[in-house]
Each structure stands twice: as C-alpha cells, then as structure tokens.
Design a protein around this ligand. Structure first.
Ligand code: F6P
Length: 620
C-alpha cells in the first residue's frame, strides 16, 4: 500500500472539478481524487509522524490479526455465564478513578483479550495521538485544525500556546466575561428593555450547539445546589427549524423577561438563523423596534463576529470561542457556559469544568490498563470490529440524564461515522456504532425485549450511589433510589447470564412454551457507578465519553473531528428550498429532480399553502 513518508512536491492546490465549484470548501475537500489524496497525506505530514506508523493499515498488523484469532478461537467459545464465575477475572476487569467505578467484567473479554487490545493501542500509537491532541497539533487534518476542547476546562494558571497565543488565557478571558455578564443578569443589574429583570432564557442552536447544553441543563435541573441557584428562572432550547419548536420555546414566556442566546459556531446554520430571526421578530413585536430591544434581549456565542454583528447583536454581547473547538465538543466553551451560567450561576458551571478537567488529566496520564476512557474505547473497538456488534446502547439509571444518550449519539456518530481512514482509503473493518439509549428503568419497558432476546447490543449501564432527590416510601422494603438501582444491577446480569431451556422447564412451563422463554444470554455490558450526579460528576461523565470516542477513532485511524457527512443533505435542501419558492410564488414547474422527488414535491405543493404573509419576496 502507498504510504508516503513525505509531502509530495507535485501537490497543486489550484484544481477543482466544475461540479464542486458551487459547493463549500469542505465539500470539495472530501471529493476523492488522486490530487486530494496527496493533499491529505501532505496534511498528515504536518501533524508529525503519528499517523505514519508503518506501511500497513491497522487492520493488517499482527496485533489486529491476533485479536481476530483470539475472537474466533477463544472468545467465541466462551459464555459470560461461565466467565462470571471466576472471581480473579472479575477483579481484574475493574477500574476506578476519582469516585468513578468501571466494572467491565460483563464484557466478552478475558484479561488476555485486554492485553491484546493494549498491544493494538500501542501499535496504533494511542499515547502519541492523545498527546498530539492535548498539545494542540492539527490532528483534524481535513480541516487543518487543532482539537482542543480539553483546553476549555484547563485551570486558569496553566498555559498552552497555539500559533503563538496562550489559549488558556483566551479561554479564561471569555469565562470571566461570562461570569460577570451572568452575574449582572442574575442580580437584576442588566434588565430587559422595559426595566424588568430577565429570568427566562431561550438558547437557540442545533447539533453540537444544542445537545451538549441541553444534556447539561437537564442533568442539573434537579440537582440540589444547581436547582437552588436557578430559583424560578427558566431555560429552554430552540433547535428544530420546525416552527412548532418556536411555539414550544416561547410558550407562556413574558418577552419583557426573556433573553435569547443565539448559539452557532459558524452563524451560518439555516435552522439557527431562521429561529434567531423569528425570535428577534417576536421580541420586536412585543417590545418595540428600538436598538435597545436587541441589545438587552439577544446575545450570541459564536466564532463569527462579523455575522453576529450583521444580525444586529451588540458585539459586546457576543461570547466567542474558537475553530479548534468542534461543535459536538463545544459544551465547555461559551456554548454551554453562557446558558448554564445564566440559569445556574457561573460557580455551578465552573464545577462542571473541574469534573471534566479531572477526567482529562486521568485520560492523559493514567496507564492504559487503568485509564477509564481508554478502557471504554478499547471495548468499543473490540465489540464493533472484532465481535461485529453494530450498535451500542447507553442506559443512565438517572432521569436527570435523559438527554445524555442523545448528546452521545451526536458526539459519537458524527465523529466516528466514517468510511475512509485518515489517508483517504476505504476502511476494510467496521467502524462507528449506532448509539441510542434511554434512562433506566423506562428503557426496560421499551426496547429491552430486543436487547434480551433479539439482536445483541453491547450496553453501558450508568448508575449513581445517591439520588439527586432521595425519597423513602413507608412500607416499601427499600428507598426509591434503591429500587431504581436494583434494576441497574439486575439488567446486566440478566443480559450476561440469560436463562437456559432447562431452567425454564424447571419452572414448570409447558414444553411448547420453553423456546419462547429462553434467554440466550452472553450479551455484553459495562457498569459505570458514580457518586451523586452533580455538576462535577456531569463534567467527568462528559469527558469520559468524549475521550472514548477519540480513542476509538485513534485506533481505527479515522478522523473523528470532521463531519462532511452532514453537508450533502444541506446542499440538496438549498436546491429544494429554491424550487419551493419558485413553484409556489412564480408558478415555475419542478425541474432538475428525479421522478420520485418531483412527484412528492408536486403533491406537497398541491396540499399545502406555504407562507401566509402578504408580502412574499423572491428567493435570494
Ligand atoms: O449537524 C452538523 C453541524 O455542523 C454540527 O457539527 C454542529 O454542531 C451543528 O451543525 C451546528 O453548527 P453551528 O454551531 O455552526 O450552528
């Protein structure tokens, strides 16, 4: 295989295919061509030698082969029912850090499997890649960017220079600005345009500019300290371009007491721009068209100052972040800091950052064998690439984590849903799981039937020592939290052990019913047991999962930090939008679409009214 060790001289940047000229730069970049391939390799060169580990791809190494053989010859002949009888094995497949316990004895692994996975990690230069990430090397090679979400939670006194700038200082300048702004709003110093205090917040954003902050908000909503700090404030999110979401976000809110936070890294995302415009109109309609209305009621978190200003938001009310923060990794930047500090106070957000930083340090420095994110990542690689389980479920036994699976879904699937490796070559091994989940016990009454008797889906069970809201009911044998946790402990064993035909028969069931009641078991899971869910622990959990995703990407040799896959649909939507405008308001026939889409569009146009406003402008 061609794996050059130096940037080829003949690379030329001056080409594009005619089809690509109309597309954004990043889309052009993803098109495969001989020249692009060289460009990628050239960029790889610029991040040092970490990706030039050898002249074979990872799946052709002896370490990969050893794992394949091990899966086939050893693990396929084991059952968790038997493996779990070995106390020594259980003791070994356990790791702890800073109050977080990881029990991975219900994974289909032996201590020797882990040893082989560590060998693979070393072959893939996991340590070097981790270090390159923390150091700020431009490991997002397709976008030529550093990946430094870890810098967002670094302590104030530390330093990290990127392109000659101490970015920790920049991070803390923004955090301090957020501290002071949120204090002014919360204390009533910054009021709305009519003089009323601001106590409602609508965070407008989508994808990474929404899912992380929403998960964090939900995690804190019922936490003792955070909820006391929130008082009667309301934080809502507006993400979907569906106008129904506007209705839900503004429902029963008094505009005089409401502040909108427009969160968009690029400030060019259609959904966010339309929603921001709609909320701006809502504010102006209720509060009047003076410049003060927007100044007092709209703020922004973005990397794009020009667009923020163009939109009409006072530059003083913009809270920046940087291109080295990926959207789905941005919750620790102003993206999460501003809404969460407004709602709960900056101190709560700072605790969250501290929890994440604690996990960052652990990820960076702990040996592989005791490193929680590394262990989770290696198990992900094992389950996906060697045992061929395509999906993975997250079950937080905490209602407060109801949006955590959705956040991890974006974090992981947008990161590792790739078909080529960092060299632009097709990956010849499965990468990128389908992530989904629901809080326990709700999930148990929904899709757990499939998990127990249908397809095998490795699971993460996340439980907590204490509840955010302890309750004891008289007459009940255990507290309500113990009741919840009884399920947390039971489900992994049910999945692992299953129930044999003999056991079912012994229960006195008729013979014909037996097959219907057999549980095959041998279904892998990990248990993560943490202290009570507070801001600090939420930070730990976030960083743990962020790094798990990175570990998997590093081992698979893919770029976990770009997301070209979301572009094509956006480009096609532009074309459809233009067509809808021209057909609805200028009677143009539908053209340029395939017969199916043409038919659907025609039916849609026939059956709907479009814009109800009197003045319809030609689409620009
Ligand atoms: O969904 C694709 C995506 O590009 C995400 O990566 C990003 O978090 C989201 O859109 C929103 O982008 P922005 O913050 O620029 O509005």
């Amino acid at each position: 295989m061609w794996r050059p060790s130096k940037c080829p001289n003949e690379v030329s940047l001056g080409f594009t295919f005619s089809l690509q000229l109309a597309l954004p730069k990043q889309v052009r970049f993803s098109v495969k061509s001989r020249v692009n391939r060289k460009l990628v390799v050239c960029t790889v060169e610029s991040v040092g030698s970490i990706y030039q580990t050898s002249d074979v791809r990872i799946s052709k190494t002896s370490e990969w082969n050893a794992l394949e053989q091990h899966a086939k010859n050893v693990i396929s002949k084991t059952h968790l029912r038997d493996l779990l009888t070995d106390p020594e094995r259980s003791e070994k497949l356990w790791a702890e850090f800073d109050g977080c316990i990881l029990d991975y004895s219900r994974q289909r692994v032996l201590p020797e499997t882990m040893k082989l996975l560590f060998d693979l990690a070393n072959r893939a230069k996991l340590q070097e890649k981790k270090e390159a990430m923390f150091r700020g090397d431009k490991i997002n090679i397709t976008e030529n960017r550093s990946v430094l979400h870890t810098a967002l939670r670094a302590p104030k006194e530390t330093q990290l220079f990127v392109d000659g700038v101490n970015i920790i200082e920049s991070v803390w300048q923004v955090l301090e600005k957020i501290r002071s702004f949120s204090n002014r709003v919360r204390s009533g110093q910054h009021t709305g345009v009519t003089g009323r205090p601001i106590k409602n917040f609508i965070a407008i954003g989508i994808g990474g500019s929404y899912l992380g902050p929403e998960f964090l908000h939900e995690a804190l909503r019922t936490e003792r300290v955070a909820s006391a700090a929130a008082g009667d404030r309301i934080l809502r999110f507006l993400s979907n371009v569906d106008p129904v979401d506007v209705k839900r976000a503004t429902d029963k809110l008094n505009p005089e007491e409401t502040m909108a936070i427009v969160v968009s890294k690029t400030f060019t995302t259609r959904e966010t721009n339309i929603n921001a415009k709609t909320i701006k109109d809502w504010l102006i309609y209720h509060l009047g068209d003076s410049p003060e209305t927007i100044k007092k009621h709209m703020v922004a978190c973005s990397t794009n100052l020009d667009m923020v200003v163009k939109f009409g938001i006072d530059p003083e009310n913009m809270f920046p972040f940087w291109d080295w923060v990926g959207g789905r990794y941005s919750v620790c930047s102003s993206v999460g800091a501003l809404p969460i500090s407004l709602q709960y106070g900056f101190d709560v957000f700072e605790r969250f950052l501290q929890g994440a930083h604690s996990m960052d340090d652990h990820f960076r420095y702990a040996p592989l064998e005791r490193n929680l994110p590394v262990l989770l990542g290696l198990l992900g690689v094992w389950n996906m690439s060697f045992l061929h389980y395509n999906a993975r479920a997250i079950h937080p036994y905490s209602e407060a984590l109801l949006r955590f699976p959705a956040h991890i879904q974006q974090l992981d699937m947008e990161s590792n849903g790739k078909h080529v490796n960092i060299f632009g070559e097709n990956v010849d091994y499965p990468v990128g799981e389908i992530d989904f989940g629901e809080p326990g016990t709700n999930g148990q009454h929904s899709f757990f039937q499939l998990l127990h008797m249908g397809q095998v889906v490795p699971c993460d069970f996340i439980g907590f020592m204490e509840s955010q809201n302890p309750v004891c009911e008289e007459g009940e044998p255990v507290s309500n939290h113990d009741e919840l946790m009884a399920n947390f402990f039971a489900q992994p064993d049910a999945l692992a052990f299953g129930k044999t035909a003999e056991e079912v028969e012994k229960e006195g069931n008729p013979k014909w019913l037996v097959p219907h009641m057999v549980f095959t078991g041998n279904r892998p899971s990990s248990c993560l047991l943490m202290p009570v869910l507070d801001a600090y622990v939420t930070g730990q959990l976030l960083a743990l999962y962020e790094h798990r995703t990175a570990v998997q990407g590093f081992l698979w040799e893919i770029n976990s930090f770009d997301q070209f896959g979301v572009e094509l649909g956006k480009v096609l939507a532009n074309k459809v939008r233009k067509q809808l405008n021209e057909s609805r308001y200028f009677n143009k026939d539908i053209s340029g679409f395939n017969p199916s889409t043409t038919r659907l569009l025609n039916r849609y146009l026939e059956g709907s009214v479009g814009c109800a406003f009197e003045h319809v402008y030609h689409y620009e």
